[in-house]
Design a protein around this ligand. Structure first.
Ligand SMILES: *Cc1c(COP(=O)(O)O)cnc(C)c1O
Length: 455
């Protein structure tokens, strides 16, 4: 019997106990300085826990005990200040506590009919991002689970638009991007059976207009349906030369998509805003608030200059949906791959409302200061060498004399000690160390203490 249904004679007591246990745990986790935690093996977890899904149920306190004592410590805390691998996630207190509210509220946020209040609020958060980009009043979009789905959805809209506009008999199938573009672009092309054409980057690792023009001319511009520029590559934080790329896209009438999944957040930081000149010309844009904008997983903002084009590409049609799709309302689900959706933009919206956007600017600038410090320390230390100058908050460097095995052993030891999570990366076949700083709680001392372990 479901413990909270009225059929259970003890429903109220059981619910009260569950609420106590769950809210107490959540409050403690939100207030604490999180431990880094560790990886456990399948065999170890099997041995410790056996079967947890049983016919009779284990009850709330036992289920919570299993999570708190066994499972949670076997999940790394992505908000730990020395978790600097991949792109971490450091959600604000306001966004995390409001995620509990979203979970409790049973909101369907795919349609205006069902979730008008939530959709209205999400759209205000999207508008803040659209203003940072410099997109026109009519711009709009949807919060999707992540950059991968955001990129795929934007490319699907781009292709539908290009094929609609193409001369009779032409079906553009190519996408242009550099090798620095995120793996999700190649993945989207696979899913779409599109061809990804690699454009050589300049010495600074950027996609530029002249190189793009050469690639388009070589393959035939009419065969392309989109150009993807990256505003903050994942491995190095490089921002492509958006202005010259935009110009070439305009010349050829090709959809200009900007992937700012990680780096788009830098638009909020005056100290780096110049790097993004030209971004306002994009046809579509993504940024993951779950990366550098202090929202919990999973949250990607996808925006279109002309949302009607995306709507034409994405709206699902069926008799049981007519009541939604034939209404003039704004239905978020019409702008991406997917149908059912959680109001995943609400924790981000709530935190923006609570804290104000100046707090976001200050927090992004703080992480940039720490990344600047890391860069300066690396330059200062004779055993370390910067691989390339930093654009944003990713710093990549080498430890002179280290083999790939040395990097791995160093990384493994820091994790085993629950001290730091810094995995090596590779670039052009070379193993390197990399910091991605997106957590305002990461300090100069954290960076110094990690670098000291490489001496
Ligand atoms: C992380 C990232 C993605 C993919 O985003 P997910 O949210 O992990 O799906 C796409 N592009 C860039 C530049 C990224 O850094």
């Amino acid at each position: 019997m479901h413990p909270t249904t009225p059929y259970s004679p003890n429903a109220h007591e059981e619910l009260a106990a569950l609420l106590d246990a769950v809210t107490a745990y959540a409050e403690e986790r939100i207030r604490m300085e999180p431990p880094l935690d560790r990886v456990r093996t399948q065999e170890d977890l099997d041995a410790a826990l056996g079967r947890t899904v049983t016919a009779g149920g284990l009850g709330g306190s036992e289920a919570m005990r299993i999570f708190a004592d066994e499972l949670a410590p076997a999940c790394l805390s992505v908000d730990h200040p020395r978790y600097l691998s991949f792109i971490p996630c450091a959600p604000s207190d306001a966004s995390v506590v409001f995620d509990l509210v979203v979970g409790a509220s049973s909101i369907y946020a795919g349609s205006w009919l069902e979730g008008s209040g939530a959709v209205w609020a999400e759209n205000q958060a999207l508008r803040w991002i659209a203003d940072l980009v410099g997109m026109p009043e009519g711009a709009g979009g949807v919060f999707v689970p992540g950059g991968t789905i955001g990129n795929l959805s934007a490319l699907v809209a781009a292709r539908a638009t290009a094929r609609h506009r193409a001369a009779a008999g032409q079906r553009p199938w190519r996408v242009a991007a550099t090798a620095g573009a995120h793996s999700s672009i190649a993945s989207a092309c696979e899913v779409m059976d599109a061809e990804l054409v690699g454009v050589p980057a300049d010495e600074a690792g950027r996609l530029t207009g002249p190189a793009l023009r050469r690639a388009l001319e070589e393959h035939g511009p009419e065969t392309f349906f989109a150009v993807v520029a990256t505003a903050g590559t994942t491995n190095f934080g490089i921002v492509d030369d958006l202005a010259s790329v935009a110009e070439v896209c305009r010349e050829h009438g090709i959809w200009f998509h900007v992937d700012g999944a990680y780096g788009g957040a830098g638009l909020a930081a005056p100290s780096v805003r110049d790097l993004y000149a030209g971004i306002e010309h994009c046809d579509s844009f993504i940024v993951d608030p779950h990366k550098w904008l202090f929202a919990p997983f999973d949250c990607c903002a996808l925006l279109y200059r002309e949302p009607a084009l995306a709507r034409a590409a994405h709206t699902q049609k069926a008799g049981y949906l007519d009541v939604l799709t034939e209404a003039p309302d704004w239905n978020p689900t019409d702008y991406s791959v997917g149908l059912t959706r959680r109001a995943r933009g609400l924790p981000f919206w709530f935190s923006l409302v609570v804290n104000g956007t100046d707090a976001y600017t200050a927090a992004v600038e703080r992480t940039l200061d720490v990344a600047r410090y890391a860069e300066a320390e690396i330059v200062r230390r004779p055993e370390l060498e910067l691989v390339r100058e930093r654009d944003l908050s990713v710093v990549v460097f080498r430890r002179l004399g280290w083999s790939p095995a040395n990097y791995q052993a160093w990384s493994d030891r820091m994790l085993a000690d629950e001290f730091a999570f810094v995995v090596p990366t590779t670039h052009e076949g070379e193993t390197l160390a990399r910091f991605a700083v997106v957590n305002p709680a990461t300090t100069e001392d954290d960076i110094r203490d990690i670098l000291d372990t490489m001496a």
